[in-house]
Design a protein around this ligand. Structure first.
Ligand code: PLP
Length: 411
């Protein structure tokens, strides 16, 4: 097909529906693809854009997946997922202090699909969803896709990229239905404390707003930061919370596509009904693999992996602190990201081009020293770039040293 014939024509019977026309492809994925293309072309690019830890899938999951194929476990599962896996996910949440039964859990094709289903069953056209910035790029699009209205909630200056109860209270309107909390946060790496979460949830609940808690990075917390699952903070909070999680990041299983939603029973039932008519169920093989991961005793291996990322985080924070014009945002102690304000480099020249935005910064950094980071515009934080420290330590140190040379070379 030529480019011309694929161009949108509003008179064609095949014109896109309005909901698809407002949906741009993911810019983060586009940048990741560009960096990968440069690598494929033979350039020594260091890619700090990745949204996944660079570990192999845990053996227990891979083995269980292979066994599922060998045993011909290759048919439809129940729409809400295999009961054993729903129970295992509920068990993992119970270990974090939440109380969900297997029937409150629906297994989905990744946390992403769980979020999409949650918005599908909870939002009517025009309903508003508060999305604290900086946010993971997909939230606003997922909300718009089902006719909801995403409302960006910018943190107050000086709040360290955190939303405060006061800020939340001022943003709630009569149309607000949901507040998304992403803890630990992609892209900022912020981890909320139990007190902060309770205070935010109390404001939301008092105003009739339910909470969607995206906890996909729950395993990845460092230093003395503690991950707390929102619904463990009291029965009233649990009754107003939809918990989103999965195996993607914890067990290095992003390609297996298994996540879950845990929620009050009537919501789980509605989500299961939607899934039954759309995806039927997630892959049976992947569900077995996820069950393998959840049932294995992986404590030591997961802690070892966490220690590795913890060390990389320390290296990155140490080096970034020395770089002129760059300021780390907030207190990143989770996920595997550092969100850095690069506005201190604005007005300076890299070779003969002037940096006027974080997008310029990222583009020139990639062109001049072959280091890829994600500019923050799509996260609603246009002065920032997201730096993922998941790459091996020698590559991370090399990338940081190239970045340092780049900023010191600005004139
Ligand atoms: N939520 C956040 C905050 C993420 O960063 C990601 C992945 O990047 C997801 C959800 C999606 O997870 P999954 O791959 O399980 O769909």
């Amino acid at each position: 097909m030529t480019t011309d014939s694929a161009a949108p024509t509003h008179h064609s019977a095949f014109r896109l529906a309005r909901r698809a026309e407002v949906l741009p492809p993911s810019a983060t994925a586009a940048l990741d693809a560009r960096a990968k293309q440069l690598i494929a072309d033979g350039l020594d690019v260091i890619n700090l854009t990745s949204g996944e830890p660079a570990f192999p899938t845990v053996d227990a999951a891979a083995d269980a997946g292979i066994k599922a194929i060998e045993e011909d476990f290759t048919r439809y599962t129940p729409a809400a997922g295999m009961l054993e896996l729903r129970a295992a996910a509920a068990g993992r949440l119970a270990a974090q202090g939440a109380s969900y039964a297997a029937d409150d859990v629906v297994i989905t094709a990744g946390a992403k699909q769980a979020l999409h289903y949650a918005f599908t069953v909870l939002l009517d056209p025009g309903d508003e969803v508060l999305v604290p910035a900086p946010y993971w790029v997909s939230y606003p699009h997922m909300v718009s896709l089902v006719g909801g209205v995403p409302v960006t909630l910018h943190p107050s200056p000086g709040a360290g990229l955190r939303i405060t109860p006061e800020r939340l209270r001022s943003a709630i309107s009569p149309r607000t239905r949901l507040l998304i909390l992403n803890n630990p946060s992609n892209p900022s790496g912020i981890v909320y404390t139990p007190d902060e979460l309770t205070a935010l949830a109390e404001v939301a609940i008092e105003r009739g707003v339910a909470l969607v808690s995206d906890e996909i990075c729950d395993h990845w917390v460092y230093d003395d930061a503690e991950f707390v699952t929102l619904s463990s903070l009291g029965p009233d909070i649990a009754a107003h919370t939809i918990t989103i999680g999965g195996v993607s990041k914890t067990y290095a299983m992003t390609g297996w596509r298994i996540g879950w939603l845990a929620a009050p029973r009537h919501i789980a039932l509605a989500v299961s009904a939607v899934q039954s008519h759309t995806a039927s169920a997630p892959s049976s093989i992947s569900q077995r693999a996820a069950l393998g991961a959840l049932e294995a005793d992986l404590g030591t291996e997961l802690l070892r992996r966490r220690d590795e990322l913890a060390a990389r985080r320390v290296t990155a924070l140490r080096d970034l602190a020395e770089m002129p014009g760059i300021t780390v945002g907030g207190d990143p102690r989770g996920a595997f990201f550092i969100f850095a304000d690069v506005s201190g480099t604005y007005g300076f020249k890299a070779a003969d081009r002037t940096i006027n935005s974080a997008a310029d910064f990222a583009a020139f950094l990639l062109a001049d020293v072959n280091v890829a980071v994600v500019p923050g515009a799509d996260f609603a934080a246009p002065d920032y770039v997201r730096i993922s420290y998941t790459v091996p330590p020698d590559r991370l140190e090399e990338a940081l040293s190239r970045m340092d040379a780049f900023v010191r070379g600005l004139r």
